[in-house]
Design a protein around this ligand. Structure first.
Ligand code: HXC
Length: 259
């Protein structure tokens, strides 16, 4: 994607599409323009056959310290309804490719909600998560109460949401919010290694695994099992299934093409 953005930086390398939040002076506070740019970049990566994995990170000393408080301090409910900013946030939930969040420093409020839109979170040891909205007289509004509760359960979610307390990368790993923690200076290197490995996997399998796991979060076990089974059968019509199984029989490395 050859486009200059105002609030994010993008680059493509080795079939990985990178997006870095880029308002470091305000700890990448997420304004409406930034959300629109993230959605635009993600959707463009999602359409691009060359790209297999998306990596989201933050420049400077934080991932993101929340939605931009300057934009909200004088807001009124009807004005916010008419702005309809959450349509953009909802579009993030429709991205088909795996999104890896590389989180360092603060991931607070809307920044944490953005992280929770990722499929896999890799945290630097210095990462600090939390929902401080309660201390501002509000609450999360971009999925935080829903996604966090589904991840960690009601009791732990309420503990963090009602106190606004921040928690460490170690705790985030313990409670299953992130899947890995990495020494801070190795975060991007290790994330890229992880993303490159994912990029060798069959894209259609990744896509249907992502959809099926989301189904597990959103539906009954029976409904989810039926959905899983149909996706499993569907993959037998792909060239990559033939390639994967033939390569196994021929004792060679498979080359997956996403067909
Ligand atoms: C606007 C912000 C900001 C934010 C930090 N800044 N967070 N500006 N919105 N969310 C700005 C500060 O005003 C400051 O600007 C600069 O970034 C550096 O921050 P400091 O506070 O000086 O840094 P530090 O002392 O290290 O403290 C870091 C911090 C603190 C603990 C993260 O900045 C903080 O508490 N930020 C707010 C966190 C928060 O409440 N997030 C939730 C927002 S509500 P200047 O110009 O003074 O240098 C939300 C709702 C989401 O996210 C709803 C759905 C979209």
């Amino acid at each position: 994607m050859n486009k200059e953005f105002q609030f994010i930086e993008t680059k493509v390398e080795d079939s990985i599409g990178f997006i870095a939040l880029n308002r470091p002076k305000v700890l990448n506070a997420i304004n409406r323009g930034m959300v629109s740019e993230i959605v635009e970049a993600m959707e463009s990566y999602d359409r691009d056959e060359y790209i297999r994995v998306i990596v989201l990170s933050g420049k400077g000393r934080a991932f993101a310290a929340g939605a931009d408080i300057d934009e909200m301090v004088d807001a009124d409910p009807i004005g916010m309804e008419l702005l309809n900013q959450f349509t953009d946030w909802d579009r993030l939930g429709a991205i088909k490719k795996p999104i890896i969040g590389a989180i360092h420093g603060f991931a607070l409020g809307g920044g944490f909600e953005l992280a929770l839109c990722c499929d896999l979170l890799i945290a630097a040891e210095d990462a600090e998560f939390g929902f401080p909205e309660v201390n501002l007289g509000v609450m999360p509004g971009a999925g935080g109460t829903q996604r966090l509760t589904k991840l960690v359960g009601r009791s732990r979610a309420l503990r963090w949401l009602m106190t606004g307390d921040r928690f460490s990368a170690k705790e985030a790993l313990h409670y299953g919010v992130v899947c890995e923690t990495i020494p801070t200076d190795l975060l991007m290197e290790e994330t890229v290694r992880f993303a490159k490995n994912l990029a060798t996997k069959p894209p259609l399998s990744l896509r249907l695994i992502k959809e099926s796991v989301q189904k597990a979060v959103d539906s009954s076990t029976l409904e989810g099992m039926q959905f899983e089974r149909k996706n499993f059968y569907l993959l037998f019509s792909s060239e990559d299934q033939k390639e994967g199984m033939t390569a196994f029989k021929e004792k060679r490395k498979p080359q997956f093409r996403g067909r």
